[in-house]
Design a protein around this ligand. Sequence first.
Ligand SMILES: O=P(O)(O)OC[C@@H](O)[C@@H](O)c1c[nH]c2ccccc12
Length: 263
Amino acid sequence: MTNKLIEICETKRQEVAARKAAMTVSTLHARAAEQTPPRGFRKALDDAARSGFGLIAEIKKASPSKGLIRADFDPPAHAQAYAAGGAACLSVLTDQPYFQGHEDFLMAARSACALPVIRKDFLVDPWQVLESRSIGADAILIIVAALEDGQMAEIEDAALGLGMDALIEVHDAHELERAMKLRSRLIGVNNRDLRDFSVDFARTYELVDKAPQDCTFVAESGLGNHADLTAMAEHGVRCFLVGESLMRQADVETATHNLLFGE
Ligand SMILES: O=P(O)(O)OC[C@@H](O)[C@@H](O)c1c[nH]c2ccccc12
């Protein structure tokens, strides 16, 4: 695990301890029961990828590597723009200390459109899965580099048990092997190295050939334009997670459309 990831997960464990003390599981269950059912995250991606590209468009205000990305940050407006531009799913950062995210952003984005939404955060405890459903999330992220095998399985069980999808994020062949011990067949490869934040598409190219055919395979991070997507498609990749390059555009809907279909 990289130093940054260790630091983020330690911060997250403290945050979760404080949240657990402030909120009972029965309150979370009651809130989860008020939410509309999970929208089918992987299915929406697969459906879109059958006739084109499956895009998870990310609502991201800031990041540790880039600082502030979007000054006029407006989650419901961005959600609608992404949906109108052709995205299959949304990703919303909820981590506050490192990404300036918030649960309210996810709730506002999900209410503003019909797309399935993944909660983008650092999960270190199955408790956070129920918390994610209680704010409406349709899917959660499992970062293999951050967790032991047993923890990953517990978090995944919690998600699948609530009818949610789990996106399993890997960086290398060893992590992909560990991911294959899980039940979920929704795999993301992060092209960004969390040690130095460098982006290398070769990570995706290496791992897509190693992933079993029944996987929905998502390339993540550093994707800037339609040519990046078509280059990935030549390697058989049809699903993508894109944040920064879209969030920097004044006209998010047109940018999303151009990313998917070319200018
Ligand atoms: O903004 P980008 O370069 O398009 O990347 C989006 C997404 O892949 C990135 O935000 C991400 C991938 N995995 C993560 C894990 C935690 C936080 C953030 C991420």
